[in-house]
Design a protein around this ligand. Sequence first.
Ligand code: NAD
Length: 208
Amino acid sequence: MPKQIPSVTISRLVGYLRVLTNLEQSGVDYVTSEELGAASHVSAHQVRKDLVHAEASGTRGRGYTVAILRRELNALLGLTRDWNVAIVGMGRLGQALVDYPYFQNYNFRLCCGFDTDAQKVGKEFGELPVYHMSELEQRVKERRLDIAFLTVPVAAAQPAAETLVEAGIRGILNFTPTVLKVPGGVRVESIDFVAGLKRLAYYLHPRD
Ligand code: NAD
């Protein structure tokens, strides 16, 4: 099995990919590690070290070919295949995510939603069908679901995560403030607005 790349490196690689996508859209053909580093707030040395994971090679002076590096990073990050996504919890946040189509540009296909509320089950939000949680296992297989956005109330977060894992979901994007316990082989990425606010408070707070 190939060596696992550290999580902080993955975050930087995702950042480089964002910069490369913008460069390509602006018609830029080449980028140096200095330029990529400046746009990503890391050193050129760090960029070169990170890009070894993508087996990327640049030319002295001219740097990396933007289109090739973008392709290599996409391949490394697993973004050359489609990922089927479900939203679990079709409340305010779940519905807002249906209206945010941009992640679909990156091979993430929003397939369906799940809820326990009879008012929502059987309805469509946008064009997204909503199923009852009791159908999860069947629908995961049928629709080949890989990833779930978890947008249920706090009290339901851990039990819902366990149901997801039992149904075969291996990736959870957790929007709840709950620290989820999941078995090995399942990956949780948490989106924590309040943690971001607390970090802002630290930087804005006057101190001697
Ligand atoms: P909400 O109450 O509007 O929606 C929650 C939905 O989950 C409801 O439709 C409910 O029927 C459903 N649900 C409840 N138990 C379930 C279960 N076991 N399985 C499947 N569905 C279930 O809540 P919200 O405001 O959308 O917030 C959802 C989560 O996201 C919360 O944990 C909240 O802390 C977090 N969050 C919300 C916001 C926001 O702006 N609304 C922002 C950051 C984080």
